[in-house]
Design a protein around this ligand. Sequence first.
Ligand code: FMN
Length: 501
Amino acid sequence: MKLRPKLLGIAASLRNARWGIGNQYLVDSLAGIADEEQLFSFLSKESELHLKNFIEAGRKDGKSFLEIYDNLKKNKGDKGLSNSEVALASALWSAQEYNVEIEHISLSEYFLTSGAVRNENKLKEKLLSADGLLVSGPVYFGDRSSLVQSLIEMIHSDPELYEKLQGKLYGGIAVGAKRNGGQETTLIYQMFDFVNIGYWAVGNDSDSTAQYGGTGHAGDVGTMHKDSYGLKTSMGAGRRIASLLNDLGAKRIIRGPVNVLFIVMQDRNGEVHSRLLNILNEFSGELNATIINASKERIFSCIACDICPTHIDVDENYRCVITSKQDRLKHLHTDLLYHDAIVPVMFSPKDALGVRSGYQTFMERSRYLRRGDYALSNQLMAPLVFEEIGASQNYALRAMTSLIRHHTVAVQPMIGYIHNGELLNGKEIGEQMKTFLASARRLAAARLAKAYEKESSRYRPVGYVLSANKEEEDVRLNSRKKMVKSRYEHMLNEAKDRLIP
Ligand SMILES: Cc1cc2nc3c(=O)[nH]c(=O)nc-3n(C[C@H](O)[C@H](O)[C@H](O)COP(=O)(O)O)c2cc1C
């Protein structure tokens, strides 16, 4: 029987309203909410209550913030929600749709402003018992709060904890006072932090324009509930992580090699290509590698057309508007499909002498795959970068930022350091590749297990906006049904072939 996975919501604000028993009360309240209308009314009430908490704690008497803060801490922690807690609560409510168990904790209970840590073992237990974390906090200077920083440092400095948390899931939500206050930078850096301590990271689902998690816009205390779009993005973040947790809960296993697509995006004299082949040699039995050398191929730039993809069709058909004979993407199209994992491979040099790059053009041109109902969805993804010491181009971060938009699942980048032409950490890269392939195997099994699920939970098409013209709508709907059917048939065949019964 499939066990219910656990999603731990982590509130990372020092202005939080919930602690102690208040965490459980919140979870109980969320369990009793039947629809979005009730949810929004609950969130509005709790958000406004938090403002009331502030007023009662001394704002009404013009007390100093220090006094207000001290008074607030005398509360029971059982009413109100801070801005980032409002966003988190909406995400946790949505996550329940996927039959996950939810829990809520506040980091401020564990990491004190003085720098001391309280009840460390309890926090560790919470982390260990969860299958995934949804971390929601305020944006501070375009980055995450000191509470999240403390959490990451705690995990990173505890070898036993670190070891046991490998391969768990991470999703994020960031709330800032400004519309473009750094919610996305916060989420990207935070994602990078979590993959570097071994978590698997997801972004958002496709119901909103947010890509990297939930993004809230709320300034003063008690205002997050007014940002309905921010709540929508947070709910998407909740669904994205919960749906993957649910898939992984099937705990199936695949046989045979894993299928991994390596795209060499930037190289110099074939150096990176041959380094890649050397690494892959070690894994010949367990890996079915497809290598596309985009640094050598002629790939035209995206012209930002307004019909991407050109039409709705089965995945096998190339659907980018660029069809010039000199452009190679059309010929590479089928090689891009149906993998378990995707690894962009880049040479990151100190100077650009002799470097051949297809990096940006390839990223841009992959747009039709994304807009074609996320053809690369739920593939494991980690950049492999060979970086000359001092290059400082952040290719791992950039590639991850772009490729997570395909609804991939990001894991720790593999970064080889080169000095005077010599790879300094080859052994480490080999070990990282080994972990990557094992993770790809686990994710592939989860993805394929869906072939046997009920149709409604198996696949939700997402990408296309239907036309207002009825006739055209019917044609598109039919094409779409054909595409969904074809994807399903492919998945089922693969599942029959690869899943161990
Ligand atoms: C030290 C500090 C730095 C901040 N930096 C930013 C920022 O860079 N961008 C932004 O939009 N908001 C910034 N804010 C505002 C908070 O992110 C915002 O008020 C948020 O809603 C707080 O959420 P909370 O009530 O859950 O703590 C900052 C606030 C503080 C205290």
